[in-house]
Design a protein around this ligand. Structure first.
Ligand SMILES: Cc1ncc(C[n+]2csc(CCOP(=O)(O)OP(=O)(O)O)c2C)c(N)n1
Length: 324
């Protein structure tokens, strides 16, 4: 399905939010202002935003260690996200999750996850729950090419297939698993080819093309909502930054490290150009949207900076086990 003008502008706005949120996070992390590890999703904005544009607020997503973009795309609160990255008590997870474990259940974002492959069983569980409760909610499980070698991927796809669960397995194939090229860790070129082993439809699309992602994804969502079962959608994207912030990336060539310099491959520039060309957007509207997004992010940074750190006693709150 071709996205309407309203949907296109919503996708663009989320892409801008991801771009500027992460750009700011890169600066803050580089200046030593954020604790922990940070993995950015710059280069993957179109995939995250277009996938989530096909979902309802009550649909679920499960993310990876590279989850800021997915969370923003699903509508997570920017102030709460920024405060979470700062480890502050006003963060979405009260500062206990940090960059790799952000969750925002209010918008169906069930959680990022630092354990590669750990999202599949959670997604299958969420899909089973929706089916059992008789809702038409859909679950999207984001993962990388590296994670598709994990046993949980195969078990998850198999279970979702035999039970016809409303789960979409969404591979963001950036060609790398830390420092290992995709061709060195798997023989298939398209992760989507693995779908046929489980009797599930698979599609591989240019993840830098927001409209192509939206079209493939809306088809998968339609199937899932009608009870026709899971799909595997692969978005081929580029990883602009190192595996994590601070990664010297000695394993990539200079050209690969600077892929972001090529504007013709920038998903945001590409989408902007498409929308301008189709007269769905003017340059002035774009500038205004960008300015508003930047202002919201600065407000989020201020909120995070001014928020208090969690009290030491809070470490014992929100635990499943009873206190001793
Ligand atoms: C179970 C497990 N094994 C190994 C790691 C270390 N690790 C972190 S990210 C990563 C690579 C993941 O690659 P991919 O799934 O392609 O995601 P990308 O980082 O490219 O987005 C590995 C091996 C981990 N966190 N968890």
């Amino acid at each position: 399905m071709v996205p309407s003008k309203k949907v296109c502008l919503a996708i663009l706005e989320r892409m801008l939010a991801i771009r500027h949120f992460e750009g700011r996070v890169a600066e803050l992390y580089g200046a030593g202002r954020l604790p922990g590890f940070v993995h950015l999703s710059l280069g993957g904005e179109a995939a995250a935003a277009a996938v989530c544009a096909c979902l309802r607020v009550d649909d679920h997503i499960i993310s990876t260690h590279r989850g800021h973009g997915h969370s923003i795309a699903k509508g997570a609160d920017l102030k709460g996200m920024m405060a979470e990255l700062f480890g502050k008590s006003t963060g979405l997870c009260k500062g206990k999750g940090g960059s790799m474990h952000i969750a925002d259940a209010r918008v169906g974002m069930l959680g990022a996850n630092g354990i590669v492959g750990a999202g599949f069983p959670i997604a299958v569980g969420a899909g089973f729950s929706a089916q059992y409760r008789g809702t038409d909610q859909v679950t999207v499980c984001f993962f990388g090419d590296g994670a598709s070698n994990h046993s949980t991927f195969h078990e998850g796809l198999n279970l979702a297939s035999i039970w016809s669960l409303p789960v979409i397995f969404l591979c963001e194939n950036n060609g790398w698993a830390i420092s290992i090229r995709q061709s060195e860790h798997q023989r298939v070129e398209n992760v989507a080819d693995r779908a046929s082993a489980y009797g599930v439809p698979g599609a591989s699309v240019d993840g830098g093309d927001a409209i192509a992602v939206y079209e493939a994804m809306s088809e998968a969502v339609r199937r899932a909502r009608r009870g026709k079962g899971p799909s595997l959608v692969e978005c081929r994207i580029e990883r602009w930054r190192g595996h994590f912030e601070g990664d010297p990336q000695a394993y990539r060539s200079k050209k690969e490290n600077e892929v972001w310099r090529d504007k013709s491959r920038d998903p945001l520039e590409r989408f902007k150009k498409t929308l301008l060309g189709r007269k769905l957007l003017t340059a002035a509207q774009f500038d205004q949207m960008e300015e508003e997004v930047r202002a919201r992010i600065e407000e989020a940074v201020r909120f995070a900076e001014e928020s208090p750190l969690p009290a030491a006693e809070a470490a014992l709150e929100d635990l499943y086990a009873p206190r001793p």
